[in-house]
Design a protein around this ligand. Structure first.
Ligand SMILES: Cc1cc2nc3c(=O)[nH]c(=O)nc-3n(C[C@H](O)[C@H](O)[C@H](O)COP(=O)(O)OP(=O)(O)OC[C@H]3O[C@@H](n4cnc5c(N)ncnc54)[C@H](O)[C@@H]3O)c2cc1C
Length: 458
């Protein structure tokens, strides 16, 4: 029976409970006198599924589960849903090849020297993409469906991606990957698993075909519509104080707080975690030893995005390394100054090899790049000083991953094992890869069916 049906049949013993108390009363098993506060008191919420994280994975799952008639509560720490895609529009509406070639033809600046790209690269890129599709993607058909890494793990999946590319004859594709797949890590050291994950059949098809864009040109509108649909089921600006997944085998209890309100208890039959599962980020969880051992393996990259206003500058510059392998930009580095269409305003994305990046470090990186560009006259001389930041967003931890050794030791089989246990499911980029299509595939193929089955939903 689903919770939404159950709640109407239950008596008043659904009282308030602090997160450390058992709530066996839900199943009619507890001491009923304990539940003296009337049902539906304002600081207790009873739902089928509590979802932690109102980003791409959390909101997508919430809509699907609501469509299946489940009641949900989405707990989001920020003041709006939509996670990493916030105000940043998706890639420009150019067809793939134009996009690739425009990257190759654009001025580069890692050393401040403009570099013309040879025109014959187009053919080499196409041939490499064909080799990659034929020999790699056909072999790893699961790559857009989650980290369904075989056991034992094929050795080539933990080789450096550039070596893997050489073995499969698609090295000519790597400079394109370094540009369009920003920032996935250093291609010469990145384990091949993550390189393939970052360019599965879906994204490759878009790079050489078309990207799907919101009709407004801003992916924010998707989340505005979702928020309208989910209404008060979404709790913004919310901090999790405690999570209890132990006391009752039939549900979980969360204690959450919002500024200016008394803490709220959320009692749910199932929990869906849709935030990056680094230990720092899930400190309030009652992790089992097994979960802790798994999640402690994760480390991440850093990504600082936003809009920079550079007075007196109005064209687009893309960052390609002049002397680096596969023309990768030097990291930390910005992927470019991509015009937004508003005068002097540019999208900026800063990639870092460490997940611990402050906002100030993100802005300093932009200033440093502008100083390099000013020295060769590519931007106004005072750009590094006059730049302002109308909007920024720090996306750490970004690209949550493990080492090649951990991949070899079967990390991803261990990561999949706890799904569903202790009434908890896990979604998001760490479980599927870093683009929304991958996260939504994972939700639709694994998470939503699992939750629906457990809850007896159609
Ligand atoms: C600048 C940028 C642009 C991108 N553009 C695209 C694009 O155009 N197309 C595309 O497919 N992919 C894009 N991506 C990648 C895509 O956004 C991510 O792969 C996707 O958002 C990952 O989904 P997620 O649910 O794992 O995480 P997120 O979408 O980041 O969602 C996690 C959510 O959890 C919240 N949260 C974190 N910790 C807590 C906590 N303790 N309690 C409560 N809430 C918490 C966060 O605030 C966030 O809202 C982009 C990424 C970046 C950084």
């Amino acid at each position: 029976m689903r919770f939404s049906q159950l709640v109407t049949a239950l008596p008043l013993w659904f009282g308030s409970v602090n997160a450390n108390q058992s709530w066996a009363g839900w199943a009619g098993l507890g001491d009923q006198t304990k539940w003296s506060t009337p049902c539906c008191s304002p600081n207790v919420v009873d739902v089928d599924i509590a979802i932690i994280g109102g980003g791409s994975g959390g909101i997508h799952a919430a809509i699907h589960l609501k469509d299946a008639d489940a009641s949900v509560s989405v707990i989001e720490k920020k003041d709006q849903i939509g996670g990493t895609q916030k105000h940043i529009p998706t890639l420009p509406p150019a067809s793939s090849l134009t996009l690739v070639l425009s990257f190759l033809r654009t001025q580069t600046w890692s050393s401040g020297i403009p570099i013309p790209a040879p025109d014959d690269q187009q053919q080499a890129i196409r041939a490499a993409a064909q080799a990659y599709t034929k020999n790699v993607l056909s072999k790893y058909g699961w790559v857009d469906q989650g980290f369904l890494v075989p056991d034992p793990v094929p050795e080539e999946l933990y080789l450096p991606f550039s070596q893997f590319a050489e073995n499969y004859n698609f090295s000519a594709l790597l400079p394109t990957i370094a540009q369009v797949d920003w920032y996935i890590g250093n291609l010469t050291t990145l384990p091949a698993l993550y390189g393939i994950k970052s360019l599965g059949p879906g994204l490759l098809g878009s790079v050489f075909g078309e990207f799907i864009l919101s009709s407004t040109g801003n992916s924010r509108s998707l989340y505005d519509a979702a928020l309208k649909e989910l209404g008060s089921s979404v709790l913004l600006n919310t901090t999790i104080l405690n999570i209890d997944r132990h006391s009752n085998s039939t549900g979980v209890t969360l204690l959450v707080s919002q500024p200016g309100s008394a803490p709220k208890t959320i009692r749910a039959r199932k929990l869906l975690v849709a935030i990056p599962p680094t230990l720092k980020n899930i400190w309030s969880f009652d992790l089992s030893k097994q979960e802790e051992a798994i999640f402690s393996k994760f480390s991440s990259l850093g990504y600082f995005a936003g809009v920079a206003n550079v007075p007196g500058f109005n064209s687009t510059l893309t960052n390609m390394g002049a002397l680096t392998p596969f023309n990768q930009p030097i990291i930390p580095g910005n992927h470019g100054f991509i015009t937004t269409g508003s005068p002097n305003e540019f999208q900026i994305g800063g990639g870092f090899d460490s997940g611990d990046v402050t906002d100030e470090e993100g802005k300093d990186l932009v200033r440093k790049n502008l100083a390099t560009l000013a020295a060769v006259g590519a931007v106004p001389a005072d750009a590094a000083h006059s730049v302002t930041f109308p909007y920024t967003s720090n996306h750490m931890p970004y690209n949550v991953r493990v080492t090649a050794e951990d991949i070899k030791a079967g990390f991803y089989a261990k990561l999949l094992a706890p799904q569903g246990s202790r009434n908890t499911y896990w979604t998001g980029a760490a479980f599927s890869g870093h683009n929304s299509a991958l996260v939504w595939n994972w939700n639709e193929g694994t998470i939503v069916p699992g939750l629906k089955k457990d809850l007896g939903l159609k």
